[in-house]
Ligand binder design. Structure first.
Ligand SMILES: [Cu+2]
Length: 96
């Protein structure tokens, strides 16, 4: 049983890293507001959203689960899209 647990945790780690690499934007979590479903991120340029320079801004979280994966002060990688006119984080993971 112990061996099985080790294998499972390795898989979880690997998929976490693969996920982080598929997330194109680097940032740092400034603040999380779980009640409002919002996250404040300091981030680098996001060309597809016409942000040519880094900035600090509030994003809506696509799902509440996203906000449980990181905390204020974490360095992260994330992806964002404009959904119904609102800048929305669609994926986020703690960066190494
Ligand atoms: Cu921005």
């Amino acid at each position: 049983m112990r061996k099985f647990a080790v294998v499972v945790s390795c898989l979880a780690l690997l998929s976490g890293q693969a996920l982080a690499q598929s997330l194109p934007v680097e940032g740092t979590v400034v603040k999380i507001d779980e009640g409002a479903g919002k996250i404040t991120l300091r981030h680098g340029p996001i060309k597809k959203l016409d942000m040519d320079e880094g900035m600090t801004m509030v994003f809506r979280a696509q799902s509440p689960e996203l906000l449980k994966q990181v905390k204020a002060g974490d360095k992260v990688r994330f992806d964002a899209e404009k959904v119904n006119g609102q800048m929305t984080v669609t994926g986020i993971a703690k960066a190494k």
